[in-house]
Design a protein around this ligand. Structure first.
Ligand SMILES: [Cu+2]
Length: 502
């Protein structure tokens, strides 16, 4: 009973912690491999070592001869990667390829997806975090079967010992005497004791292995948030107070900026989900970050802080915060120009059309199929000016758009771009990584020296943004979709009901 309870607790705890994003372990990527536009989905095995499933969809019906996939571990000190695997075409679908990838160590990988075809060869790098988030359960029939086989071996071994001592020295047909019989019984009893001790030792060894695995299950770094009132307004203080981060001998590589900011902090009001902010706190030192707090309704907020390490490891830290009512009649303190916030009036945003702050509208083109778990969802949004024409959008932090998705109980949080769930900074680290980058901080310095946003300014199609994604769990979700128009950040809010997988 106790063990059962412990297992349930472990499941409950691991269901909510998964890498980079919360409760959404799979990786979605949309981009180009040289001349070929592709969409890649990598299903995280949840165990390390583990087998990840990768699918590559060709978005242009080009003639592609071969699709190769290869996971490369971030640390150049590890052994050279093996040759790439050839992805197999999925029967019945000429544009879909699939393969399985072994992720042998915990940490970040770049999965190289190479396409060979009529227009030449092209490669895309898709960052993937390999983290253990669960223990595989031993199924009862398998356990019973193994127990039966074990008992058979145990009794078989004793039978062999008994027969060897009692009868092996006798001529055929001869009966063993009493002395032989006694010796045989003694030998059998002694073997039983030795075998039983071996079993006890084996059990202790296995429990140690299991405990080590459990203590290695991924947890994001611990963070805590507080609010401080100052003359200029309320200041949000976020500290990474995890001992594995604050210790001098850090196991973690330093943080690097992702689209220009070391931390992207999202606040979501508990319950009604009617308060939301997307802030960019500035580092005070290597563990504390501060941001001016916009005027949000009072209440309990969940905080999700996205950070990226130099190793390409992206993670989302989680904390909660009680916000006091904002001071009346005071202008919001000046924050980062990329900061944006929204507050609703507690009702559901069930429609397909959201009004934006500048009079334009954002329409979710939901498509005909209902949303279901693991079904690729059309998250496509069209922004129209007040006169109904498609609005001209500008890049917001280098991206055509940002979408933040939260399940109402907070168990799922994901931050999406048209490129998918990947962290662009993690992808950049893999592009810029050189074999000599074995000193911590060297790659981060090179990244920091690059002019900000020098990565290609991602093309913004007139008036539309889309995000590749499939919902990981059923439930009620809210989405905040942010775009920029006329230098103003606009937030569209939508609700989504996701049914269980068929
Ligand atoms: Cu973003």
């Amino acid at each position: 009973m106790r063990r059962c309870l412990a297992r349930l607790l472990a499941l409950g705890a691991t269901a909510v912690v998964t890498s980079a994003h919360v409760g959404s372990p799979d990786t979605y990527f949309e981009g180009v491999a040289g001349p070929y536009p592709i969409r890649v989905i990598i299903r995280n095995p949840g165990v390390v070592p583990g087998l990840a499933q990768i699918t590559v969809r060709l978005l242009d019906p080009e003639t592609v001869r071969r699709v190769l996939v290869l996971p490369v571990y971030w640390d150049p000190r590890t052994a050279a990667p093996p040759p790439a695997d050839v992805a197999q075409r999925v029967p019945g679908d000429s544009t879909l390829y699939s393969a399985a990838l072994w992720l042998m160590r915990g940490g970040s990988y770049s999965v190289q997806v190479t396409l060979e075809g009529a227009s030449g060869t092209g490669t895309a790098l898709v960052p993937v975090m390999a983290v253990a988030t669960r223990r595989l359960a031993l199924e009862k029939p398998l356990g019973m079967g193994l127990l039966g086989l074990g008992a058979f071996l145990f009794i078989g071994a004793l039978t062999i010992v008994r027969a060897a001592v009692r009868e092996s020295g006798l001529a055929p047909g001869q009966q063993p005497d009493r002395r032989r019989s006694v010796r045989a019984w003694i030998a059998t009893a002694a073997s039983a004791v030795v075998l039983a001790l071996t079993l006890v030792g084996g059990r202790a060894w296995w429990n140690t292995v299991d405990a080590a695995y459990r203590s290695g299950l991924y947890q994001p770094l611990h963070a805590a948030a507080t609010v401080r009132a100052t003359a200029a307004g309320a200041v949000l203080h976020c500290a990474i107070d995890d001992t594995s981060w604050t210790n001098q001998r850090r196991q973690w590589t330093p943080l690097i900026p992702d689209h220009g900011h070391l931390m992207h902090l999202f606040l979501v009001r508990n319950g009604q989900l009617d308060g939301f902010a997307h802030l960019h706190p500035l580092p005070r030192d290597s563990t504390t970050f501060e941001a001016n707090l916009p005027p949000l309704p009072a209440g309990t907020y969940r905080l999700y802080a996205d950070i990226v390490h130099e190793s390409g490891f992206a993670q989302t830290l989680v904390a909660t915060l009680d916000l006091p009512p904002p001071p009346v009649s005071r202008l919001p303190p000046p924050g980062d120009p990329d900061d944006a916030w929204w507050s609703g009036d507690g009702r559901r945003e069930a429609g397909d059309v959201a009004g934006l702050a500048d009079g334009s509208t954002m329409t979710w083109e939901r498509g005909d199929e209902p949303l279901a778990v693991d079904r690729e969802s059309p998250l496509r949004f069209v922004v129209r000016a007040a006169d109904g024409r498609p609005a001209r959008l500008e890049p917001y932090m280098g991206m055509a758009g940002h979408a933040m998705i939260v399940r109402d109980d907070g168990a799922v949080f994901v931050h999406l771009h048209p490129e998918g769930t990947i962290s662009v900074a993690a992808q950049e680290t893999f592009v810029l990584r050189e074999p000599g980058d074995t000193v911590r901080g060297r790659l981060a310095q090179r990244l920091a020296a690059m002019p900000m946003g020098s990565g290609e300014q991602r093309a913004v199609r007139p008036g539309a943004v889309s995000f590749p994604y499939a919902f990981p769990q059923p439930g009620h979700y809210r989405m905040w979709v942010q775009v920029k128009r006329n230098s103003r950040i606009l937030t569209g809010v939508f609700d989504a009901e996701v049914s269980p997988a068929r």
